[in-house]
Every structure is written in structure tokens, then in C-alpha cells.
Design a protein around this ligand. Structure first.
Ligand code: PDD
Length: 283
């Protein structure tokens, strides 16, 4: 049985779902997306993702074609139709199809596409072994706070990591770590948990926000500030956060072990807290 996807108001088998070759997502990467994880057949932090989507659309002067409730309904319907127990829902909204022109078209109808992907999220080898990352210069555009579909540089970063025998890349600008290719970057220094402050240089991770809140609630010391690559390499622990990785330890940067080179207790504890709370709150 083929996967059922959503495209512009219809639920269709994936082979029948079509988007125009004039779609501005295809021609200009003129679109935004969200990835919401699914645990026990329920959506994790749906409201966080819905709010960020609204912000991304607003920053690009794109209309919000669906209400939060419509979106929730579509997410749930796809999870149900595809029997997804663990995995994610991908959502993409583009400015729509129009003759190729750099200027935004007047009155184009946004294209809305959603699909599910099954994947183990809890029992992941990386959660136990930790990830190896390499550093690369951050060569992305200056509005990384908007979750656009221009993901070529992050893809290249992931390939650079693979070629170096690592799992992922951390991007560095003026010696400071911005974020991972598809996740936010964190370090633990002494008793402080450090992650870069919000701004246009990084994506405002939904998982990042939840983990910050949970760390504070657990009376941990949290610092939102820039940290350099050198500080990360000398840190006691490192980890990443994202909708699909939750909290995953980083054990090596540029071939150098972080701390003792094994997943650290802070990252492991935060992963447990995050999964427990999010599981209980999923909708
Ligand atoms: N990536 N930074 C970047 C550049 C990202 O692409 C992502 C998410 C994050 C973490 O954001 P969140 O916690 O809201 O998932 C940070 C998604 C998962 C992806 O592209 O698949």
C-alpha cells in the first residue's frame, strides 16, 4: 500500500501527488517548512511548530493558507491514514506557481504539501554512542531564523561530514559556532549549559526552546550566548537538539574527543526529561 500524502486540499497516494514545474519552491526555494515528530502516534510540540510556521510565512510576506486547527487536522489525518507510530510529519508551503519572475507574483495560490516519514526516534544508536561532528564555515544566507527550504549548503555540510567519517557538521562564523546543519548546538561547561542566543544567525529551534525551559525547571544553569569552536572542543560535554534528534550527545569535534569522548550525563538526563515530558504532552 502506498503512502498517503496531502497536496493542496487532497489526500492522495504519493504517486498521484503533483506540483507544478512553475512552483516557486522548485524555481526559487521560495517556501518554508516544518518537521514535527510523532511519538506513540501523536504530535510532539505541535503548537511550537505552528507558531514558527506563522512567523516564517510572515517574514516572507506569504499568506497563511490554513489555520492552526486545519493544520492540526491534516497532520493527524496523515498520521492516522499511514499508521505512523514513530516518525515525523513534513510540511512545506511555497508561494505557489507563477511564470518565472524574481518579483513575487500577485495573487498566486500557495502550494501546501505534507507527508509522513516513519523512523525510530527513541531507540537510535546515536543516542547511545553520540555523534562525531566536523566544523565548516557557515556560508548560509543571513536570515537563518526563517525556516526556508534552501537547504543546499546544509546538505553539502552533511556530505563534508560523511567524507570525513563523521556524522554531522557544526557551522562556524567568526570563530563562533552558529548551529548544526539541521539542529541547534549546545555545550556543557562546568555546571553551565550553553547554547547560542537567538538572532538571525540561527534557526529558533522548537526543541531548543523546550529544552531550555526544562533545564531551567530542573534548576540547571543555562547561558544563552555565543561559544567559540575552541570553547566547544574544550567543553565537558556537547549535544544537539532538533525535532528528529530530540537531545543527542556529541562526542567528537574535528577528531578531538569532547570531555571523555562518551555521551555526558547532562545530555543524557536532558534527553530523558525531554522525551518523558513531550510524550506526556503530545497531541
Ligand atoms: N531541522 N537548526 C537548523 C538549521 C535546522 O534545520 C533545525 C531543524 C534546527 C532545530 O529546530 P527544531 O528543534 O525546531 O527541529 C536547528 C529539521 C528537523 C530538518 O530540517 O529536518
Amino acid at each position: 500500500m502506498s503512502r498517503i500524502v496531502y497536496v493542496n486540499g487532497e489526500y492522495l497516494p504519493e504517486e498521484e501527488a503533483l506540483v507544478s514545474i512553475f512552483d516557486r519552491g522548485f524555481l526559487f526555494a521560495d517556501g518554508v517548512y516544518e518537521v514535527t515528530s510523532v511519538l506513540d502516534g501523536k504530535l510532539v510540540d505541535f503548537d511550537g511548530h505552528a507558531k514558527r510556521l506563522e512567523r516564517s510565512l510572515g517574514e516572507l510576506e506569504m499568506d497563511q493558507p490554513l489555520t492552526r486547527d486545519d493544520l492540526l487536522e491534516i497532520h493527524r489525518e496523515l498520521v492516522k491514514r499511514n499508521n505512523v507510530v514513530e516518525g515525523m510529519v513534513y510540511l512545506q508551503i511555497t508561494r505557489g506557481a507563477a511564470d518565472r519572475d524574481f518579483a513575487f507574483p500577485e495573487g498566486a495560490t500557495p502550494t501546501v504539501v505534507l507527508f509522513t516519514q516513519e523512523a525510530p526516534l527513541i531507540e537510535k544508536p546515536a543516542a547511545k554512542t553520540g555523534l562525531k561532528v566536523v566544523s565548516i564555515p557557515d556560508l548560509r544566507w543571513g536570515r537563518r531564523d526563517i525556516k526556508t527550504v534552501q537547504l543546499l549548503y546544509p546538505s553539502m555540510g552533511k556530505m563534508a561530514a560523511k567524507k570525513a567519517g563523521a556524522d554531522d557538521a557544526w557551522m562556524v562564523q567568526d570563530e563562533f559556532v552558529t548551529e548544526g546543519t539541521s539542529n541547534n548546538a549546545w555545550i556543557v561547561v562546568g555546571n553551565a549549559i550553553v547554547t547560542r542566543h537567538l538572532g538571525t544567525e540561527i534557526l529558533h529551534g522548537i526543541t531548543r526552546a523546550a529544552v531550555l525551559r526544562m533545564a531551567r525547571e530542573a534548576q540547571m544553569t543555562v547561558e544563552e550566548r555565543p561559544f567559540s569552536l575552541a570553547e566547544a572542543k574544550a567543553a565537558d560535554e556537547a549535544f544537539i537538539t532538533s525535532a528528529s534528534a530530540f537531545v543527542t550527545p556529541v562526542v567528537e569535534i574535528d577528531g578531538q574527543p569532547v570531555g571523555r569522548g562518551v555521551p555526558g550525563p547532562v545530555a543524557q538526563r536532558l534527553r530523558e526529561i525531554y522525551i518523558d515530558e513531550m510524550r506526556a504532552a503530545a497531541v
